[in-house]
Design a protein around this ligand. Structure first.
Ligand code: BMA
Length: 339
């Protein structure tokens, strides 16, 4: 064990289950998965790929809900225990910075993070093609859409939970207009969430781990630890029956997060359970959020399963970081010097 620690708040009440006796993996699933099932609200056929935060004495989440029209939108949800969620029937209504309605025609794969007292939501939206939307809220009542950070096509936008050297830091995955059979994780900086630059490639798909051979994308908001930024990401391989989405983990340099220090050669979770292998899109496990307790090192991971369900898994920071360090393989391209 490495005695790695999470830098952050103690959150003793986050969902937690001990690792099942005899289980050999590094991430174990919640025993009552999925926590959100088919047809969770009148309007919504499926809720998955969603983001949660601790808020007050409970939890708030921004949920991707695919409506029965087939179109995805974002909905606010509340929970006392972060497992049983009360999700609003009506989608979030966005306004622009002048307060005028500014509603995206579709919205999916939200990530949610608090930075200096403001909550930011990043999602995939329409902007002459799939691109990233950014919005903010302070009270989860008024949701303000800010400038779109990048031109199309781009997905998997994830903001770091704090500024580094005075700038906001965003991971993203430039892509195409379709289902994108390629893609690496890039990092961009901004002083104001309007102008973005200093683009760097962080991590490349491929390597000897075939599970991440086609494309990779940032998953949850990076967790600050004593050993670097801990990033859960998804990796995709192609089969004769379509894409398979697994997840891996990486450690990025604390001061220079475009530098990857370690990343898992093997997946740490892959579709195995019926709710992961069967659903609207089979064989998808897609991490989007975590809750973590700095006091115990417990990490609770929220992931979308089969584009149908929300599921939860657990890991422990010390054990996970030892595993990442001892089972790491950087991929050709990861160490290119753009900096
Ligand atoms: C990606 C996104 C995700 C989805 C995944 C698998 O391109 O659309 O929302 O989970 O495909 O279908």
């Amino acid at each position: 064990m490495s005695n790695s620690t999470i830098i952050g708040d103690a959150l003793p009440n986050i969902p937690w289950q001990d690792k099942p006796t005899g289980f050999e993996g590094i991430i174990w699933r919640h025993d009552a998965n999925p926590i959100i099932n088919w047809n969770p609200t009148k309007k919504s056929a499926r809720i998955f790929n969603s983001a949660v935060v601790c808020h007050g004495d409970g939890y708030l989440g921004i949920f991707r809900a695919d409506h029965k029209s087939g179109r995805p939108q974002l909905h606010l949800g509340r929970s006392k225990d972060a497992l049983s969620w009360d999700i609003e029937e009506e989608e979030i209504h966005w306004v622009d910075e002048q307060g005028k309605p500014y509603q995206p025609s579709y919205s999916y794969d939200p990530r949610l993070v608090e930075i200096e007292g403001t909550y930011y939501i990043i999602w995939c939206t329409d902007f002459g093609g799939a691109a990233l939307g950014v919005g903010s809220t302070k009270d989860f009542k008024t949701f303000v859409r800010l400038e779109n950070p990048f031109i199309p096509f781009n997905r998997n936008g994830v903001l770091f939970p704090k500024k580094i050297n005075g700038n906001f830091i965003m991971l993203s995955r430039p892509s195409d207009s379709g289902h994108t059979p390629f893609g690496d994780i890039f990092l961009s900086e901004s002083p104001d969430l309007v102008y973005w630059g200093k683009h760097r490639r962080v991590m490349t798909s491929g390597g000897s781990g075939w599970w991440q051979s086609l494309k990779i994308g940032a998953g949850a908001v990076p967790i600050e630890t004593s050993e670097g930024w801990l990033l859960f990401y998804h990796g995709v391989t192609g089969t004769c029956n379509g894409f398979v989405y697994s997840f891996g983990a990486a450690l990025l340099d604390l001061e220079c997060p475009s530098k990857v220090l370690y990343r898992t050669r093997d997946y740490i979770l892959t579709p195995e359970m019926p709710y992961e292998t069967t659903g609207f899109v089979p064989n998808v496990t897609f991490p989007c959020a975590t809750l973590q307790d700095a006091a115990t090192g417990r990490i609770t991971i929220y992931y979308g399963a089969a584009d149908t369900y929300v599921a939860v898994a657990y890991t422990q920071v010390d054990e996970l970081i030892s595993y990442i360090k001892n089972n790491s393989e950087l991929v050709s391209g990861d160490e290119e010097e753009y900096r």
